[in-house]
Design a protein around this ligand. Structure first.
Ligand SMILES: [Zn+2]
Ligand SMILES: [Zn+2]
Length: 172
């Protein structure tokens, strides 16, 4: 039997408010804690930036995340932003979307198996909800023995405004 020492999880007490007895997943600090990863100011700022973008259905590039994090906490290096995104991604707090021909995009909307529509012309990315509970898209015609728990579908096309302007151009 190995001795198991319960060491206190290192927490930056200057970050956020303290929670007593439970973790509050409505805050970035709470989410980081319940994911079991270290709470640092840059990670909190990155997650907050992505949470703010979420109601607007924005999917942010690392460059945009960096710009907005800098407005919040001042200096952060580009590598620092990537390190945070990587840590948050491994903790499943952030989802990465990699549309062909575009820089990777990040969002904090996770675990709902939603899909994306990408405009070929202006690169606009839109969320599409997957029917929760039905998960028809989790039933491929053959799983080859895999246990499937996630499907990632990217639909490509033209957004309404690009479709409208290309129709105008195509008209003789
Ligand atoms: Zn478009
Ligand atoms: Zn999305």
């Amino acid at each position: 039997m190995t001795a198991h020492v319960h060491e206190p999880v290192p927490v930056d007490e200057s970050v956020g408010r303290r929670t007593v007895g439970h973790t509050d997943e409505s805050t970035a600090v709470g989410r980081l804690r319940s994911a079991g990863i270290r709470v640092t100011n840059p990670r909190v700022a990155v997650l907050d930036v992505l949470e703010e973008a979420r109601p607007r259905h924005e999917h942010l590039s690392a460059a945009t995340v960096e710009e907005r994090v800098r407005q919040r906490i001042g200096a952060i290096s580009t590598q620092g932003v990537y390190d945070c995104l990587e840590a948050l991604g491994s903790a499943h707090l952030v989802r990465t979307l990699e549309p062909a021909g575009q820089p990777a995009l990040y969002e904090s909307r996770v675990h709902d198996n939603h899909h994306h529509l990408v405009c070929r012309s202006c690169n606009l990315v839109t969320d599409i909800d997957c029917v929760v509970g039905e998960s028809a898209c989790l039933t491929p015609s053959s799983t080859n023995g895999f246990v499937v728990d996630e499907a990632e579908v990217t639909f490509w096309g033209l957004c309404p405004s690009c479709a409208a302007s290309s129709a105008t151009v195509a008209r003789p």
